[in-house]
Design a protein around this ligand. Structure first.
Ligand SMILES: [Zn+2]
Length: 216
């Protein structure tokens, strides 16, 4: 269990083990998915069948191919998508990232975004308030989804346990990333669990204390 009646499933999927997060509320009969790497639907569908939950939203942390390979398919089933406008060029033309993708012949479909969200916006899903924070620097449109009541933040590729996102890809910038982490992640309460796009979760307080790349 995760929070009051929410169940969290962490589903690393796709070519480079990108974390997708499925949040299900059996009482409401609703679920949301955060990020949609290639082939994640193969894992999500049976979980929804078992719980009887309907997928009501796909939240995308950013427009990199490894986070949205199944996005087109899921949006096509009538699931509304959320993303940040600054990654619109990647959502509409993910092949821009093909030179940096693994494997190089990967199939990439554009992902239509139904709701553009920005820093300071609040989304309400599954009866929870979700705060959107803009954390660019890994790419222009990386956002995080902060669930204050669950003390969790899903941060995409901005910050990892003991590490930070790549800033050498197109649209990346270390100075911008450092500012995002300091001002938009390290300002969350210390006991908030950071759920990154790759690898294990961590705590805001632990990263502030020990992350060697960005000091508070
Ligand atoms: Zn990325």
């Amino acid at each position: 269990m995760f929070g009051m009646s929410l169940e969290l499933s962490v589903l690393p999927s796709g070519y480079i083990q990108t974390n997708a997060f499925l949040l299900q509320d059996r009482e409401r009969g609703e679920a949301i998915l955060i990020d949609a790497p290639h082939f994640v639907w193969v894992d999500v569908e049976p979980l929804l069948k078992e719980s009887g939950c309907k997928l009501v939203a796909l939240l995308l942390t950013h427009g990199h191919y490894d986070h949205m390979g199944d996005g087109c398919r899921i949006q096509g089933m009538g699931v509304p998508t959320y993303g940040h406008k600054d990654d619109e060029p990647l959502y509409s033309n993910p092949a821009r990232m093909l030179p940096y993708a693994y494997p190089p012949d990967i199939k990439l479909d554009p992902v239509p975004i139904n709701h553009w969200v920005d820093d300071g916006d609040t989304i309400e899903l599954l009866g929870h308030k979700i705060e959107v924070r803009h954390v660019p620097g890994h790419c222009p449109g990386n956002i995080l989804f902060y669930f204050p009541e669950l003390k969790s933040a899903f941060v995409g590729d901005a910050l990892f346990a003991g590490s930070i996102g790549r800033y050498d890809l197109p649209g990346g910038d270390f100075t911008v990333l450092e500012k995002s982490i300091r001002e938009r992640i390290y300002t969350l309460p210390d006991d908030v669990e950071v759920m990154p796009g790759h690898g294990p979760s961590t705590l805001v307080g632990d990263e502030k204390e020990t992350n060697p790349h960005v000091r508070p």
